[in-house]
Design a protein. Structure first.
Length: 280
């Protein structure tokens, strides 16, 4: 990892950022940058910095595309994965990374998520999952836990929350992982694994929002919320050895699902070759 990570991978003239004090999004953005740096520095990988594209939609998390010094696209609400699909089809040699939030990708962007996963388009979707709509005022999101509050749910949410990684896996994603703000080393490695993966990979990264979600639900300050992640986030090998009773209130940090399935742009090129009579 470069000692001057900010100067190397961030648009310094766009700083300081707009994220609130204690927000987990800065930590997760750092994880993405380090994962890219390690992959680009490894001669065994064919990932080049100039061929990395960061795509985002709208929301707190989506501001990351403007701060990161790569080819980047800051798109419309919920449409980041659709834009990313177009980019990958136009130039399959690019490494496409979507940075999105729980509302951006699983509410207005939910259909794009499930169909990109179904097709197994080669991209990495990093979800900054903070259980709330932060930028627009604290409305509850598809991942807000049942019973918790938001500005649009002053008496508590009655909906069941989405498991975004489970949703993506069920739709056909060939790799899903989970990380969080506290487990920096493990989350960076998981994002790195997703970027190196051939196919649709989703990293569901639990962020913290002390300003809206934390304050609204009396979760404490940023340090308290991070401490909670330390207690509840369990490394995969430890989780696998736990009893059902011990797993209550815990979540896995690690690879959730992985499968081998043909990648969409490669299959699309084969179809073009057949249509043009180039098939062997």
């Amino acid at each position: 990892m470069p000692s001057n990570l900010i100067q190397e991978y961030m648009r310094v003239d766009h700083l300081p950022h707009i994220w609130c004090a204690g927000c987990g999004n800065g930590v997760l953005t750092r994880d993405v940058a380090v994962a890219i740096d390690e992959l680009c520095s490894d001669p065994e990988n064919d990932i080049e910095r100039d061929k990395v594209v960061i795509v985002s939609g709208i929301g707190c998390s989506s501001r990351a595309a403007g701060y990161m010094d790569f080819n980047s696209l800051h798109t419309t609400h919920g449409r980041a994965i659709a834009f990313a699909t177009g980019i990958k089809l136009a130039n399959p040699a690019l490494t496409v990374i979507v940075i999105t939030g729980d509302g951006d990708c699983s509410a207005i962007g939910g259909n794009h998520l499930i169909h990109a996963a179904r097709r197994n388009v080669d991209m990495t979707v990093v979800v900054y999952n903070n259980n709330i709509y932060g930028m627009t005022g604290g409305q509850y999101s598809p991942t807000t836990p049942r019973g918790d509050k938001g500005t649009t749910a002053p008496y508590g949410v009655i909906d069941r929350p989405f498991d975004i990684a489970g949703l993506a896996a069920g739709a056909g994603a060939s790799l899903t992982v989970r990380g969080d703000t506290y487990h920096v080393k493990e989350t960076t490695a998981l994002i790195k694994k997703c970027i190196a993966h051939k196919g649709f990979a989703l990293a569901d990264c639990r962020s913290i929002c002390p300003t809206y979600y934390g304050r609204k639900n009396k979760k404490g300050d940023a340090v308290t919320m991070l401490t909670k992640q330390k207690e509840c986030g369990v490394l995969q090998e430890v989780y696998n050895a736990m009893s059902d009773e011990e797993r209550v209130g815990k979540y896995v940090i690690g690879t959730l699902t992985q499968s081998n399935y043909p990648e969409f742009t490669e299959e699309y090129q084969k179809m073009i070759d057949r249509a043009m009579g180039k098939e062997d």
